[in-house]
Design a protein around this ligand. Structure first.
Ligand SMILES: [Zn+2]
Length: 348
């Protein structure tokens, strides 16, 4: 089934929300196909079928967008792990697969470039290479028929700005979504306050600006309110579903409540949000008028369904929303009292 779907900009202009699943690296690590510490999308070459299934699962749970899994799939990063020769194939395969799933599920397809780990503004040669890395990834995304291009997880304002410029230069007119990563301070690594960074990206022509990764729902939304004060256009909120709060604004900073050990990245399940918390986030974001919403690292289709439900969507996964009518654990029938007591009542 190929569905004619409403274009990206048209939806935004009509005030509709775009709901996007992200966090692929973490979801595939959880399934055993990605290595923490390397964080590369090699799985696209080694086990493409699991990437395709993940895209299908998120479309089933209501994602409006299939984002090509090319995060950190840039030349220097792949060179560092010894697979530079597979660069173009990895990017094209990821894009093609995303396009195919998008066409079958009636979704949009987004190309993806990200922070590179190679932003060195004091080194002109390195900056030339950075531009070339963005250029080739953007051109592949255009070639493989992306509907728009995402530049994500930027920690330096300068790198985000270059990404936007390169999308505008080589993206064949495709819209750009630029999302920044806020760590503990509300300031980019290169010193630009984050609301100002968003404003400058919006003024420079990004269709959507906002935040992704690092912060949880409770620590991302207050900053987003500051961004709302200076930006007029659509805003993005794509937090990690972890219990960041207070002075622990990022998931990198979270500690194990039992041991006090740092949890990032492989033991963060100790501070995972509940579905209810994800739902509350979606409700708050909706009330704030967030038009481009999703979840980053730690996302799962069950979390994602909470977001799509709050935004009023009925999806393939909707009919499997929990329903405890026939559940023993929540039964009010007196004959289940004994087993419920065995299940629930604390014992010394
Ligand atoms: Zn993330």
């Amino acid at each position: 089934m190929i569905t004619m779907i409403k274009g990206f900009l048209q939806r935004l202009n009509d005030g509709e929300a775009i709901i996007i699943a992200e966090g692929f690296m973490w979801e595939l690590e959880r399934k055993g196909y990605v290595k923490f510490g390397e964080y590369t999308p090699e799985v696209v070459l080694n086990n493409p079928e699991v990437v395709r299934i993940m895209h299908e699962e998120y479309a089933h749970a209501g994602s409006d967008v299939v984002e090509a899994f090319t995060y950190l799939g840039n030349r220097k990063r792949l060179r560092a792990i010894g697979i530079e020769e597979g660069l173009e194939e990895l990017n094209r395969r990821a894009l093609r697969m995303a396009r195919e799933v998008a066409d079958v599920t009636g979704s949009l397809m987004a190309g993806d470039i990200s922070h590179t780990w190679y932003y060195q503004p004091e080194d002109p040669k390195a900056m030339e290479e950075l531009r070339a890395m963005f250029k080739e990834q953007i051109e592949w995304a255009v070639d493989e028929k992306a509907d728009y291009i995402i530049g994500e997880t930027f920690q330096d304002f300068g790198e985000a700005m270059i990404a936007l410029e390169m999308i505008q230069k080589y993206g064949n007119g495709l819209p750009a979504v630029i999302t920044l990563t806020a760590y503990q301070p509300d300031v980019m690594l290169d010193g630009v306050p984050i609301p100002e960074a968003c404003k400058r990206l919006e003024d420079a022509g990004a269709a959507v600006v906002g935040l992704n990764c690092a912060r949880g729902p409770k620590t991302m939304l207050p900053l987003l309110k500051e961004i709302r004060k200076v930006c007029k256009g659509p805003l993005a909120a794509i937090p990690v579903p972890f219990r960041c709060r207070g002075k622990y604004k990022t998931f990198q900073s979270l500690l194990d409540p039992d041991t006090g050990d740092r949890l990032y990245p492989d033991n963060l399940s100790a501070q995972l949000c509940t579905r209810r918390e994800v739902r509350e986030f979606a409700e708050e974001a909706k009330a704030l008028g967030v038009q481009y919403i999703g979840l980053c690292c730690g996302n799962s289709p069950a979390f994602f369904r909470e977001v799509t439900d709050v935004y009023g969507r009925t999806t393939g996964a909707t009919k499997y929303t929990p329903d405890f009518t026939n559940s023993l654990s929540r039964s009010t029938d007196p004959k289940n009292k004994k087993i419920q007591s065995y299940m629930f009542d604390p014992v010394e």
